[in-house]
Design a binder for this molecule. Structure first.
Ligand code: SF4
Length: 316
């Protein structure tokens, strides 16, 4: 039986960013240096495949520091942690390695700088996301006000509307954030912020690539985890660009093939925490069912790389 033809439009860039790559290397190098088990506070990056592979190598994932024994090293995830976490690790005299992405650390430093200048912070982010918790936890309670939507801006009650600064989570929707920033500036004209926002290069580039492919695709799949903020934003971006059937899939076995019946062009991308091996798996699953032509649409090239902390580069 001949297979129906289908074009897979691959977004580029897609998948792993420099911060995720570094965080995974940190866990692998820690296992090499100190042996297993190595404890990791929170999923090192939001991807089950990555977490399971590291678990097999000897990583133990926990949610809180008090679940770790004090005589084993612990690693903090790429999303960043509140100041209280390394303080507690120091108090317990634990060896720890901070895998916070340097682009998240940059936001932490921004928050501290504004706080030192006597400004109260507004953070644009998602409540409960580990990055938001970590960034808000850089300053004393009450010093960072969280807004998630433009509507939240109207109800903000800052200490002094003339002495405010804003920061953002790194994995937000570029378009939605621009609306929230505009609302903040309209209500608090004196507010200080970064030039645009703190959304990182990887988030921005992946959203731009989806904007380029979504109008050409009858359906679009984003490989990523439900708790991955940047992956979920890619689904929203695709829908906002007219691709009504945009779905998040963890792996090939989650694809709803029935829903794809009759489509001729499928867009494909992967969130910043999804490895390329999962993209290959999805392409192979399409090839099993269709006569596939792969077309890549590249909207940016990336050559960002972050060094791992020195402690891992030194001999044990
Ligand atoms: S998505 Fe951006 S901020 Fe988050 S780990 Fe990757 S590069 Fe860093």
């Amino acid at each position: 039986m001949t297979k129906p033809s289908l074009t897979l439009i691959l977004a580029a860039p897609r998948g792993f960013c420099a911060g995720v790559d570094r965080a995974i290397k940190i866990v692998e190098m820690a296992i090499e240096k100190w042996g297993a088990p190595i404890y990791v506070r929170h999923e090192i990056v939001h991807n089950k495949f990555v977490v399971d592979s590291l678990r097999e190598k000897g990583a133990v994932f926990v949610e809180e520091l008090d679940e770790c024994p004090t005589d084993r090293p612990v690693i903090f995830s790429a999303h960043g942690v509140a100041k209280a976490v390394p303080a507690e690790a120091n108090r317990r005299e634990m060896i720890y390695v901070d895998a916070t992405c340097p682009l998240v650390s940059k936001v932490h430093i921004e928050a501290e700088r504004h706080h030192a200048n006597g400004l109260q912070m507004v953070m644009i982010g998602h409540a409960g996301h580990p990055e938001t918790i970590g960034t808000m936890g850089q300053l004393p309670e009450g010093e960072v006000l969280l807004v998630e939507t433009e509507a939240d801006v109207a109800t903000l009650e800052p200490r002094d509307p003339e002495r405010l600064a804003f920061i953002t989570q790194t994995t937000l929707s570029v378009d939605d954030t621009a609306g929230i920033v505009a609302a903040l500036k309209a209500r608090f004209p004196a507010i200080i912020g970064p030039h645009k926002e703190d959304i990182c290069y990887a988030t921005t580039n992946r959203q731009e690539a989806v904007k380029a492919i979504a109008p050409k695709a009858d359906a679009l799949l984003v490989i990523g985890a439900p708790n991955s903020s940047n992956s979920r934003r890619l689904v929203e971006v695709a829908r906002s660009r007219g691709c009504d059937y945009a779905q998040l899939v963890g792996r090939a076995d989650e694809i709803d093939w029935r829903a794809l019946e009759g489509v001729r062009a499928v867009g494909l991308t992967a969130g910043a925490s999804a490895p390329e091996v999962l993209v290959d798996e999805v392409i192979a699953a399409f090839r099993d069912r269709y006569d596939v032509t792969v077309e890549t649409v590249e909207t940016a090239t990336e050559n960002v790389e972050f060094k791992v902390p020195r402690v891992l580069r030194e001999p044990a």
